[in-house]
Design a protein around this ligand. Structure first.
Ligand code: SAM
Length: 344
């Protein structure tokens, strides 16, 4: 019943303390188990280019950050990385980059086509706002899923933090992806400067109303090479809020795939992603970017495992999942949602 999913309820849960907080975490874990099972899907991320023309105030690879050595991994090498993933526990390759084509749209299309044809892995793309026709072309090439966080549901905050773009434009892109039948993921950062719990509750409600297949959220972490260098996360005095947000997100979105994102480990080294898996998450995304590029894809400081190879990152992910008593997901881990026009 939709009346269960109100802003008031979200706010009430976000303010839980003590026994009520333990109840929230237990409930989120139960909702995850009942709707998504004990499987944790491992999706390998490849940060194939850090070239970006956007100047998002929060992001370490923003165009104005001159301290970043820009790279674009050649198409052949990306396909090789996907080949190396085949046969491991990773059944999806996630291709992510900055928001300006580090690679022309047609070249990315042929990379998608080759990965699908040669490895059979599921392909997720995350390269920002693009026209409908481009999304359609990539879908024809075999793209299964797309990740495009709306970042914040607060229109004014969005406009301030992402100069030259708007929340409505972002939401239009998400609409195009859904219309095309692409499994669609979105999400937000937790604790952007100026954010209040009301906005956090609105973010969670927006995820629900978008009826997303995947939802990725993680704490905002100020980067020293950005205009937000002097700011603090809005919940820096109360980092428990990061996990509360995740738990409420699960309660409000029972059948979405929710990753334990890397930013949780940046804030709680070595344990953040495990706690996220215990409080609602069911996906883990080990980094498959070769070490020589990885250090130049620093969205925020404290990125874990920058010196570890893709194989080491994947082995560590498997060990962490198994130590929690969970099962490694088999098969592509597509969305459970079945809707007209989605072809699922
Ligand atoms: N360019 C694509 C886009 O904008 O959708 C994909 C790459 S973008 C760098 C990936 C995500 O990193 C963003 O959606 C944002 O939520 C996150 N991010 C960027 N800077 C961050 C920061 N300082 N702290 C936490 N997350 C950050």
């Amino acid at each position: 019943m939709e009346s269960e999913y109100t802003k008031e309820r979200a706010l009430g849960l976000l303010s839980a303390e003590g026994d009520a907080l333990e109840d929230l975490y237990r409930h989120a874990d139960m909702v995850r188990r009942n709707h998504m099972g004990e499987e944790v899907f491992i999706r390998g991320i490849v940060e194939f280019s850090n070239i970006c023309l956007n100047d998002c105030l929060y992001c370490g690879i923003r165009a104005s950050n001159r301290d970043v050595a820009r790279y674009a991994i050649p198409p052949e090498e990306i396909v090789d990385i996907a080949h190396a993933m085949k046969g491991s526990e990773q059944t999806t390759v996630v291709l992510q980059s900055g928001e300006t084509p580090g690679m022309a749209d047609d070249k990315l299309g042929s990379v998608i086509r080759r990965i699908k044809g040669e490895t059979g892995l599921a392909v997720t793309v995350s390269v920002g706002n693009r026209p409908y026709e481009t999304y359609r072309f990539w879908k024809e090439c075999g793209m299964d899923r797309y990740l495009l966080r709306f970042e914040t549901s607060d229109r004014a905050l969005f406009a301030r933090l992402r100069p030259g773009s708007s929340l409505d434009e972002r939401l239009r892109c998400l609409g195009h992806l859904k219309d095309l039948g692409v499994q669609t993921g979105s999400g937000f950062m937790i604790g952007l400067p100026g954010e209040r719990p009301e906005v956090l509750a609105d973010n969670i409600i927006l995820c629900r109303s978008l009826d997303l297949d995947m939802i990725g959220i993680g704490p905002f972490i100020p980067h020293p090479g950005t205009p937000l260098r002097g700011t603090k996360n809005a919940y820096h005095d109360d980092p428990e809020m990061f996990f509360k947000a995740l738990a409420v997100l699960r309660v409000f979105n029972p059948d979405a795939h929710i990753p334990a994102t890397t930013a949780f480990d940046a804030v709680f080294p070595g344990s953040g992603r495990d706690l996220a898996l215990k409080r609602g998450a069911n996906v883990f995304m080990p980094n498959n970017t070769p070490v020589r590029y990885k250090k130049e894809y620093l969205l925020y400081p404290g990125k874990p495992s920058v010196d570890e190879s893709p194989e080491e990152c994947t082995e560590a992910a498997v060990a962490r999942i198994e130590s929690l008593g969970r099962i490694i997901g088999k098969g592509p881990g597509h969305s459970f949602k079945k809707r007209p026009g989605r072809g699922l």
